[in-house]
Design a protein around this ligand. Sequence first.
Ligand SMILES: Nc1nc2c(ncn2[C@@H]2O[C@H](COP(=O)(O)OP(=O)(O)OP(=O)(O)O)[C@@H](O)[C@H]2O)c(=O)[nH]1
Length: 548
Amino acid sequence: MIRYCPRVTAQRFCRLKSTTPDNAPRASDNEEWLSRLSGSEHIGDRTNSNKLKHGIDLKESNSSSLSNSPARLNHEIKIISTPPDTSYIHVKSPLSNFTSMSYLQSKKHRQTQLNGFVDIRMIKCRSGSGGNGVVSFFRDAGRAIGPPDGGDGGDGGSVYVQAVEGMNSLAKLRTTYIASDGENGASDQLDGARGKDVLISVPVGTIVKWCLEPKVVRQYVDKMQQENSASLRQLLNEIMVSLQCTGRFAMDQKPSHIQLFRDSYEDGEGWLFKGKDREYHMQKEWFQELREKVKSYDYDLTETELQADRFPIFGIDLNTSTQKPICILKGGKGGLGNMHFLTNLIRNPRFAKCGRRGLEQYFMFELKSLADLGLVGLPNAGKSTILNQISNARPRIGHWQFTTTHPSIGTISLGINKPSFTVADIPGLIRGASLDKGMGIEFLRHIERSNGWVLVLSLENMHPEADLQILIEELGGIKRLQTKKILVVCNKADIDVENPNSKRKYDTIKSFCDTQGWDVVPISALKGENIDLLLEKMAKCAMDSKKA
Ligand SMILES: Nc1nc2c(ncn2[C@@H]2O[C@H](COP(=O)(O)OP(=O)(O)OP(=O)(O)O)[C@@H](O)[C@H]2O)c(=O)[nH]1
């Protein structure tokens, strides 16, 4: 906890005309504050580890280590060392956790793909630095130099984030959010104004994650791609990022938060001199003594900063609207004015303290839709036609592949007094989507939160059972599907109805689904056949998934 320096607050910000300052701490107040500081046992406890920065680990990521291994599990975290060997929990984690695949793909390509819908943004945020304290002495007609009256710098503004209802895209977010710096203090005991905060409003369902500077990552990845033939996804999974982390609790050895570090001055530094310079002061014993005491104040400031400058490794999930904005970057503290350094020995303190620096970091804003059910299928299976039939959503429908270029969510109500549920339609998956073929698997984020998945197959295709296997594979394998409630929809049952082969296709799928305990239903979305049964089964799947 910071042992705050003495200050009478009642008259802050009001200008005192031609009277002796009465808002400044008296020498005795300052003496008492400084003597409390000198009793501190903290000095020297903290190591220099706060100078360590996060970064891409070049040694781990040489091209020879790149293989065609399956995609690494996202969020994989390898603990390298823990306290007391190091001050922080040192971890390594794949770069894919701290950058955006979509950002690294061609920007233009993605714009046309998305038709204006934006579900991922990399944003630079900066909190304001604290204003500087000021060196000033009271003056009036009768006195050339009076007691010190230099005010404190104002605190820097912070960056906040909040989730609000009614937004459904990240398109309107700016690329940079900068909170303003605190103003410097002034004569007559005036404290500088506090820097303005910034508030980033995002749709409910957004996850805010800490990430590396996108430009640096892009340059690095481009270089790596020139040197070897690995796909972008493979590269992002193989390149490791070194991070300094902390646990949720002081002694926790399990990393939960990334420790961020400011570029502020060292404890005991950050002095501003006026009249006589630093060299002059450093030679004086009284200044050295004071500096030693103020070191403890700085130590507390740094500790408070380190506590505040922690960000959850897996991000902040804004899955409900935020009642109170969440601070993601805190502004720097304002520096002390010279009136705090008046003591019985130091009558003319010609020095003040600088404000503490703000923080500049990059964050990845990722929108993950909140729908009860996720509709997945190969391109052209008829997902959009189904959603059109059963809900208020009006997705694009076409007989060409990838008509759906961005997710859409429909609400389905089965009548008064009956619960309603939501369904998300995402672009079609193809074999190799997880290796970025077709529209890739980036859109799966929109069904990740749904506990119920509706797999749509087209009976028009020659081997719909093989399509089902492709879906299972691209969705993460049978084990992943076992964690969800699954409903399989065999669409386009109207085609070739008389052909015994059509019945055979359906039976093969049904018997596989039976072995997995999955429900299955044949329909014709185009002709509206069996839609009531489909709705009933979807409602059951949604309710079961809510219970899961
Ligand atoms: N005969 C028949 N055609 C259908 C049926 N359902 C959809 N279609 C047609 O199949 C084509 C594709 O339908 P969409 O709903 O756009 O398919 P999708 O799965 O959303 O396609 P993507 O956007 O590529 O993912 C359209 O021409 C539809 O009219 C059906 O039950 N029977």
